[in-house]
Ligand binder design. Sequence first.
Ligand code: AMP
Ligand code: ZN
Length: 461
Amino acid sequence: MSIRLYDSMAREKRAFEPQDPNRVTMYVCGPTVYNRAHIGNFRPVIVFDTLFRLLRSAYGDDAVIYARNFTDIDDKIITASQETGESIEAITKKYAEIYSEDAAAVNALQPTIMPWATDHVGDMLSLIENLERKGYAYATDAGVFFNVPQMDEYGRLSKRNLDDNQAGARVDVDLGKRDAADFALWKFAKPDEPEDAIWDSKWGRGRPGWHIECSAMIAKHLGKTIDIHGGGVDLQFPHHENEIAQSECAHGQTMANFWMHNGFLDMGGEKMSKSLGNVVLLNDLLGDWDGEVIRFAMLSGHYRAPLDWTTDLLEQAKTTLSRIYGAMRRVWEVEGGEATDRGVLDALSDDLNTPIALAELSRLAGEANGAADRKDEAAMAEARANLLAAGALLGLLTKTPAEWEQGGDSDEKARIDALVAARVQARADKNWAEADRLRDELAAEGIEIMDSADGATWRRV
Ligand code: AMP
Ligand code: ZN
């Protein structure tokens, strides 16, 4: 089955055909790095990582070039720097590192390229000059702006026309804009701004607007037309619309052949967002839940639909994943099988239908249990291979069953390890009463000890 993806521009599912199957290009707008990201910010990370995995399986690991930027210059970053006294670089490097660690904890592969906006200011300035030369950009006392009415097709992605945009808006007199819809390509530095937020340009000292960052980094690293451009649905307007305006007016060709947008992660019936205050940080969740449980919960809804984030969702994800790992344990020792099942692959190939893909993963677990019940070694080996291959596509089942069973948070694991070690010592001391007491204490928590010649291991039962 070929891959079909919903294209927000065409508003329909279309067969995905890359321009060059040896160089499939995908760009996803990355984070502005000045604080810890909430779990809603990781929805695009997990969704587009799953797409990355699917594309790699179809075209080859080295044939897919996935770029996700770091926005390391922005009003909010400047404010954070002024408030804390830390340099912009110190702030952005710190939060980018935390973001990358969090992404790795939910099994997101590293994108092929992670460009930093501030490394590309020269490329942005060239792009702005190009737009000015072609009559799309003009300078005011506040900066350089893109003149939206110059572009006939503005609003194609979000299906807004200029009149909608302007309804209720007034031309910002202070900025000297010609039209209310015009947006900043370059913002002149204000008197109190830190030096590390200022670059020279032929128009005056300042810094780039947000939208031009993506346009410049995409053209530089991926090309003038890319295969897939992704991000959260809130980026469709104005961010992606403005990226399209800049890139297409400068280059005279389509910016992206597919536009993909994930729906919101909600909490308490509203979009999770910092401004509403209904946020949960991934970093905090990782203290209580395995990264795979969080990923499973995220993938349990279709990416385009809103998903309500609840403890119940996480509990269910954990229960199902435990059942799947339990099945995997029963076939774990029988290696050498070949993965032949296409259930998960086909579900993902249909516009990343992860709810069905997860149901298919459970079906494979059922097959593993059936094969183990029948003691059918060939079927057990095949079930094991199918589970691992399907898991690799979804970014799940990356642990051994033993690792999963011992999982939970590391403090908890350390506590149990200490009790097991104490029991080994009690036995070495021939203190049988203490050894039995410790065994019973652990059994009461559902932990079984398996003694062996060189010590003891344990698992949850
Ligand atoms: P931001 O740092 O706000 O630009 O967001 C980074 C990415 O997370 C963007 O792709 C947003 O669309 C996405 N995002 C932010 N909040 C949510 C949410 N509640 N649900 C899903 N995606 C979100
Ligand atoms: Zn962008």
